[in-house]
Design a protein around this ligand. Structure first.
Ligand code: PEP
Ligand code: MG
Length: 538
């Protein structure tokens, strides 16, 4: 038995086998090869494996998002069989006497540059696909899996670090807990763990030999117990059973009002990242969805999701919520959420860089596609739209102008939409807080993103594990800002809520009620604990 100490970013106990995810180093070296025929045979073998991976992805996507969302994996399979593509790989191996990885990567770069230079929009978009299939082939040739979990049973996922694009690929039903060497409490892996209600640890110094071993993740103390002895295992199994009993007790609050004894109330909504999370929202009896992080739709794909694909997703969420409020945040990528096909340049300081609404205003065609899908879906429930990372009134006015264009186009095309869709902004920057009196005149509501607001107020990168202990959302500066935003919203008759992680901090629930917040949107698993505190208040 070995006990590794780390830091807990979400509590709970999980018991199961460890599965270490390999960090994929796909940087390719040029190596001299004498036996070129054997190298070509390696390419053929790798191609077979890549096609099988894509078939699996196709089947999964078909079930989860339907035919149109799955089609891309079929296209990728066809591309891997393209004669010109394969001839180029074979030629490079034979003419230059080089290894398969190098030939595939070079062909991938050449072909994708060629596609990127084409006039036709559709063909230009294929550049990212070529890059994607080449990366996949290189990964297979280098002995890496497809980045997914091979396990039959649910496992404890252990990794160096997990980017949102990696977690999105994981089959969530196979994950018992997240354990990483790096990462921070505010990373999206931590947020995902909260949504899934599974423990997560960071700063764990694991070693590769632990792969496949039985372990306990103790999200209370922050330790990973590898190969536990019988007595320890029994103790933790009992603790886990007790945890399940506690959760069952909270379920008794389902259907009850979120109201203090004296009748003060607020709206208690839940945060989601995909259609799949809606079941969790309903199971935990949230009154609505206060934050749908729509960027996960983009992260899951190899290319821009179409208007139709997005429309289907927003419509499904709205319908499943059966008229309850669904606040969908427009695309918030950049910073830690990078997407290859957006082809964004490397930035020294991405958290303060080209991200969120800045990208949408700079690439209106991407923004308009999403807005069209949102307005069309508004016919199927109560959808509100929320814009992230706002710093100025001018941005809001630019957004309004684009929204007007979208509405006019839909009207001209005879496509129905609701004209009264509520539109609000996230308050995540000190700039937005300081001008919240002006912004309140422009929008229908404010939702405070305390994760970023803390980062920008305290000048602490939320991804920087070294600074985790001083990243303090309870800082008086952050709490005063929240109060200021609430007061400025109310002066204009608008509502204000919190959708950052702080909203679920039960040590502050009473204070939030006193501050006059109108809404809290929390991970689904926190809905009932927060409701309990509010119901116990006078
Ligand atoms: C926030 O910043 O508080 C927020 C809710 O947005 P995200 O965590 O997705 O950046
Ligand atoms: Mg944010």
């Amino acid at each position: 038995m070995k006990v590794l100490e780390g830091k807990s970013v979400f509590s709970g106990i999980s018991i199961g086998k460890i599965s270490i995810l390999q960090k994929m180093d796909t940087s390719v070296k040029r190596v001299h090869i004498d036996d070129t025929a054997a190298e070509i045979a390696r390419v053929e073998e790798a191609k077979g494996k890549a096609v099988a991976q894509l078939q699996k992805l196709y089947d999964k996507a078909l079930q989860e998002v339907g035919e149109s969302g799955a089609a891309i994996f079929e296209v990728h399979q066809m591309m891997l069989d393209d004669d010109d593509y394969l001839d180029s790989i074979h030629n490079i191996i034979e003419n230059e006497n080089v290894n398969a990885e190098y030939a595939v990567a070079t062909t991938g770069d050449n072909f994708s540059a060629m596609f990127a230079a084409m006039d036709d929009d559709y063909m230009r978009a294929r550049a990212a696909d070529i890059k994607d299939i080449s990366d996949r082939l290189v990964r297979v040739l280098s002995g890496f899996g497809d980045g997914g979990l091979d396990a039959e049973e649910p496992v404890i996922v252990v990794a160096e670090d997990l980017a949102p694009s990696e977690t999105v690929q994981l089959d969530k039903s196979k994950v018992l807990a997240f354990v990483t060497r790096k990462g921070s409490s505010n990373s999206h892996t931590a947020i995902l763990a909260r949504t899934m209600n599974i423990p997560a640890l960071i700063n764990i110094e694991y070693d590769e030999s632990m792969n496949g071993q039985m372990a306990i993740v103790d999200g209370r103390s922050g330790s990973l117990i590898v190969d536990p002895d019988e007595e320890t295992l029994k103790k933790f199994q009992d603790m886990r059973d007790e945890e399940l009993r506690q959760r069952a007790m909270l379920k008794e609050l389902k259907g009850k009002k979120t109201e203090t004894r004296s009748g003060r109330s607020l709206h208690l909504y839940a945060n989601i990242g995909s259609v799949g999370d809606v079941a969790n929202v309903l199971a935990n009896d949230a009154e609505g969805i206060g934050l749908f992080r729509s960027e996960f739709i983009y992260l899951e794909k190899d290319n821009y999701p179409t208007e139709e694909e997005q429309f289907q997703i927003y419509k499904t969420v709205a319908q499943n919520m059966a008229g309850k409020k669904v606040i969908i945040r427009t695309l918030d990528i950049g910073a830690d959420k990078q997407i290859d096909y957006f082809q964004m340049e490397h930035e020294e300081n991405p958290a303060m860089g080209y991200r969120a609404i800045r990208i949408c205003l700079d690439r209106p065609e991407v923004f308009k596609t999403q807005l069209r899908a949102l307005f069309r879906a508004s016919m199927f429930g109560t959808i509100s739209i929320m814009y992230p990372m706002i710093i100025s009134v001018k941005e809001v006015q630019q957004i309004k102008a684009i929204v007007e264009e979208v509405k006019n186009e839909l009207t001209e095309q005879g496509i129905p939409f609701r004209d009264d869709v509520e539109q609000g902004i996230m308050i995540e920057t000190p700039a937005a807080v300081m001008i919240s009196d002006l912004l309140a005149k422009e929008v229908d509501f404010f939702s405070i993103g305390t994760n970023d607001l803390t980062q920008y107020t305290l000048a602490i990168d939320r991804q920087n594990a070294k600074l985790d202990n001083i990243y303090d959302s309870h800082h008086e500066a952050v709490l005063r800002m929240i109060q200021m935003v609430v007061d400025n919203a109310h002066k204009e008759g608008k509502w204000a809520g919190i959708c950052g992680e702080l909203g679920a901090d039960t040590t502050l629930t009473e204070r939030f009620v006193e501050m006059g917040l109108d809404e809290l949107s929390v991970s689904p698993t926190f809905v009932l604990p927060v409701r309990k505190i509010i119901r116990d208040m006078d």
